[in-house]
Ligand binder design. Structure first.
Ligand code: ADP
Ligand code: TYD
Length: 213
């Protein structure tokens, strides 16, 4: 475990894989077990970061250059860390975030040209923090896209890049996971919600050093 008193857990994966659903269910289960849990999301999670979320997810897809986009996601993350994540971890709470820096590594780092080095450089300089535990909810992009498209709302920018890109990202998330098995757990998301949730909870309890009930 890390030196900070709290535990930082993130959910990652392609759009529609079930991250938000599973993050919420894990927060509820750990809360019911007596843990002090903060459930949050990116982009967003703090007042300033939610304002940046609107800038990056709404409006013209080509509104920002790739570099500006990396800066905006990183600025949002820095605010989220300062205002919400770091204070909660210092207070010994469990922070569960629906997406974090691995999303920038994939969505910005893979999408246009070779931007991964810039993503990594900015992360080192401005973020530094890595989660203690990251769940990659893995699934076939066609299924994920169909699920994501079923939702309402004006935030479709990245979903609109289509199945080819989602396929690359799926492979990218799996590659991140195999490079760091201590932090990542890959979860098969193509099962009923309850089965996925039971799997996630068992692995989270294992990481917390608690018996699986
Ligand atoms: P994400 O946060 O990864 O985009 P969501 O949790 O928002 O995914 O789920 C996307 C959609 O799929 C929602 O309508 C949700 O109710 C549904 N969904 C989530 N998990 C499952 C599952 N295991 N099986 C079927 N549908 C699911
Ligand atoms: P999210 O609300 O999690 O979308 P979904 O529920 O469809 O997975 O995230 C919104 C979009 O923002 C999503 O398409 C992924 C994208 N994103 C990035 O491109 N970079 C980032 O750093 C983050 C956190 C999200």
């Amino acid at each position: 475990m890390s030196a900070r008193p709290g535990i930082f857990i993130t959910f990652e994966g392609i759009d529609g894989s079930g991250k938000s659903t599973q993050a919420r269910l894990l927060a509820e289960a750990l809360g019911a077990a007596g843990h002090d849990v903060v459930l949050t999301r990116e982009p967003g999670g703090s007042e300033g970061a939610e304002q940046i979320r609107a800038l990056v997810l709404e409006g013209e897809p080509e509104r920002w250059s790739p570099q500006t986009e990396i800066l905006l996601f990183t600025a949002a993350r820095r605010d989220h860390l300062e205002k919400r994540i770091w204070p909660a971890l210092e207070a010994g709470r469990i922070v569960i975030s629906d997406r974090f820096a691995d999303s920038t590594r994939m969505y910005q780092g893979l999408r246009r040209g070779d931007l991964r080095a810039q993503v990594d450089g900015l992360h080192r300089m401005m973020i530094g923090t890595e989660p203690d535990l990251t769940f990659v909810i893995d699934m076939d992009p066609a299924t994920g896209l169909a699920r994501a498209k079923g939702r309402q709302g004006g935030e479709e920018r990245f979903e609109d890049f289509g199945e080819g890109l989602q396929r690359e990202m799926r492979a990218g998330f799996l590659a991140l996971a195999s490079a760091d098995p201590a932090r990542f757990r890959v979860i098969d998301g193509a099962r009923p919600v309850e089965a996925v949730a039971a799997d996630v909870l068992a692995r989270a309890l294992d990481r917390l050093g608690e018996p699986v009930r």
